[in-house]
Write a protein that binds this ligand. Structure first.
Ligand code: ADP
Ligand code: 5GP
Length: 199
């Protein structure tokens, strides 16, 4: 029988590079990326059903009411949430499920699923974060300022996670991520060794 997959919860201030890191990690098909729903507008290049399910506020509130969100939060004026369906099914199938969510949602998941693997990704500095957001050029200066202010708030939660990765050199951050997951997969918290043969 296949072991149940790991539920991996990743948070990082917007622009710090989590999308870039996760796209490397997701090249391995042992992972399933949970596609969130959001009320924010798609950025150029984002595809409905791939990056997010882009839905209206009314639709989002309807899903909440029907109990269809595992967790949800508002972030910079928009709703973001994890649809319940698929997460459980993928874990059962032995896939490692990745939730890329902000800190309020992660704290809800900590209560719901204490055996999840909680990873916080930090930028090397706030000035580098600002530089990366500007370089990405997907948001106005006003939105960038709001996201930087939000990032400072979010970083206060870093110690509530199991692991912290600093995304300075990309390749090293990806290696760190994979090392954490491998160690968790081998942990006796999750797999019990049959000790009969030692008797
Ligand atoms: P997030 O998903 O956290 O919002 P992105 O993955 O979109 O962030 O990255 C934001 C910008 O920073 C992108 O232009 C990306 O190419 C760049 N970036 C990501 N990681 C690094 C890194 N380690 N060093 C330099 N630039 C990076
Ligand atoms: P962005 O607009 O940059 O794609 O995402 C903004 C923030 O929302 C990021 O911190 C991202 O991790 C978070 N986010 C994305 N999906 C979800 C979700 O399903 N739930 C919660 N709580 N946050 C999410």
């Amino acid at each position: 029988m296949k072991n149940r997959g790991l539920l991996i919860i990743v948070s990082a201030p917007s622009g710090c590079g989590k999308g870039t890191i996760l796209s490397e990690v997701l090249k391995d098909n042992a992972y399933y990326f949970s596609v969130s729903a959001t009320t924010r507008s798609p950025r150029e290049g984002e595809v409905d059903g791939v990056n997010y399910y882009f839905i209206s506020k009314d639709e989002f509130e309807d899903i909440i009411e029907k109990g269809g969100m595992l967790e949800y939060a508002t972030y910079c004026g928009n709703y973001y949430g994890t649809p319940k369906k698929q997460v459980e099914e993928m874990l059962e199938r032995g896939k490692n499920v990745l939730l890329e969510i902000e800190v309020q949602g992660a704290m809800q998941m900590k209560k719901l699923c204490p055996d999840g693997v909680f990873i916080f990704i930090k930028p090397p500095s706030i000035s580098e974060l600002k530089r990366r957001l500007k370089k990405r050029a997907t948001e106005s200066d006003e939105v960038i300022d709001a996201r930087v202010a939000q990032a400072k708030e979010e970083m206060k939660y870093a110690n509530k996670y199991d692991y912290v990765i600093v995304n300075d050199v990309l390749e090293k951050a990806v290696e760190d991520f994979k090392a954490i997951i491998r160690a968790e997969e081998l942990s006796t918290k999750r797999i019990k060794v049959d000790t009969k043969e030692a008797e």
